[in-house]
Design a protein around this ligand. Structure first.
Ligand SMILES: Cc1ncc(COP(=O)(O)O)c(C=O)c1O
Length: 412
């Protein structure tokens, strides 16, 4: 089968299938044929329990089941219902709310936020900057609206955040375009599990203070899709007040998602939240993003907006949700540690990992190795620079077994 389909309307080459969903479908087919115990499906980006069932927070589920029809079926205003716009700021910032003019606009998941930022804070033909290890859909989202992705090297040879590469690439792009969108996916980055340290953040801020002297508009997107699975929720929000030191022409925007944090993946709910230096910039952000939403998906689904508003509006409920999530986060962190430990034992090199849904293994021929592993019933995702293992979707036991299997496939 050809790898691409030619879109008749405009001659675009569209991949035959979404890579990750394609592999996952093959894994499911093998499970149906040979049984779950013969297969390790480490491709899925949702949190599964040790039996392979989707984890849905029961506290969230309870709220869902008590909604009235109007609460789940009605249209929401384009930018989101008022209580949601307030609750989502609390959810995103916790007790580390940065000072500034904040506006939140509802979006269909974090994906909607990313799409809207790129559409409104970059120009047609521009390049959007992110790290070389990154979530592949960034390319699709940018490409769909006539932009593309440029990358800086995420890590130095010693496994530290590569601030020099970040600076060089930012300067290079600012020299040739009138504006720049930068996406930093942290904490618990997909696909590596890396979280920028507070020191990394100091360096990022210093670089942007310097680069912004050119006067051009920079949008700094913090893709926080995994922020509540990195470790202690408050600890991983401590970087937020640092954003206050950015100059007026750098606009920090958090792309916040309810998909993982509230296990509401399919309800398509998130928000783009700006922290602006002036009211004028914040007002413009709100109007421009709402306008853009209207012309792409219109309004976002109401159901999860109501759920989040309820969680933040009912005493005790938020505590229950946080407690339940903490239990699953612990499960996830244990899986990550188990993989890391075994990788160390068998000498399998991994990309710097802190926490989160994924771990990455650098290698030179990811497609060949993953094809080889598929034959053995091990399904992982080949990326440009290595292999991605979803520890979110396999048990701790399987996390312990996997490093030796991958190492053997790499050495064959
Ligand atoms: C890095 C990253 N950013 C953003 C998202 C957005 O997710 P959603 O649109 O489901 O909220 C995801 C989801 O997998 C992701 O991995």
């Amino acid at each position: 089968m050809a790898e691409y389909i030619l879109a008749r309307g405009n001659g675009r080459h569209i991949p035959h299938e979404d890579k990750i969903f394609g592999i996952s479908n093959r894994a499911k087919a093998m499970i149906a044929e040979k049984g779950a115990d013969k297969v390790i499906n480490a491709t899925i980006g949702s949190l599964l329990d040790d039996n392979g069932n989707l984890v849905v927070l029961s506290s969230v589920d309870e709220v869902f089941k008590h909604l009235s029809p109007a609460e789940y079926a009605d249209y929401a205003p384009i930018g989101g219902i008022k209580p949601f716009r307030e609750a989502v700021q609390q959810a995103a910032f916790g007790s580390h709310r940065p000072k500034g003019y904040v506006e939140a606009v509802a979006t269909p998941g974090g994906t909607g936020s990313l799409r809207n930022v790129i559409a409104n804070y970059s120009d047609g033909g521009d390049q959007v900057l992110t790290s070389d290890w990154h979530w592949a859909p960034y390319n699709t989202i940018a490409g769909e609206i006539g932009r593309s992705i440029a990358t800086f090297e995420f890590f130095t040879e010693n496994g530290k955040f590569n601030i020099d590469s970040f600076q060089k690439k930012s300067a290079e792009l600012l020299a040739k375009q009138e504006s720049l969108v930068i996406i930093l996916n942290t904490p618990a980055h997909n696909p590596t599990g890396y979280s920028l340290t507070l020191e990394d953040w100091d360096h990022v801020i210093a670089v942007l203070q310097e680069e912004a002297k050119c006067g051009k508009a920079i949008a700094l997107v913090i893709d926080a899709a995994y922020i509540d699975f990195a470790g202690d929720e408050e600890e991983y929000r401590r970087f937020l007040p640092k954003l206050e030191a950015l100059p007026e022409n750098v606009l920090p925007i958090m792309a916040y998602s309810l998909s993982k944090t509230y296990t509401l993946y399919g309800t398509r709910c998130g928000a783009m939240i700006c922290i602006a230096k002036t009211k004028e910039i914040a007002d413009e952000f709100k109007r421009v993003c709402e306008y853009s939403s209207r012309g792409s998906w219109s309004n976002s689904a109401k159901v999860a907006q109501v759920i989040l508003s309820r969680i933040y509006g009912e005493p005790g409920l938020l505590e229950r949700v946080d407690k339940e999530r903490a239990h699953y986060r612990e499960m996830l962190i244990k899986r990550g540690r188990a993989f890391e430990e075994e990788a160390k034992k068998v000498g399998l090199k991994i990309v710097p990992f802190d926490a989160g849904f994924f771990i990455s293994i650098p290698c030179s021929d990811p497609d060949a190795i993953s094809a080889k592993l598929e034959k053995e019933g091990v399904f992982i995702v080949p990326l440009a620079k290595g292999l991605r293992v979803s520890v979110a979707s396999i048990s701790e036991d399987k996390c312990r077994k996997l490093p030796a299997i991958i190492k053997a496939a790499m050495e064959e």
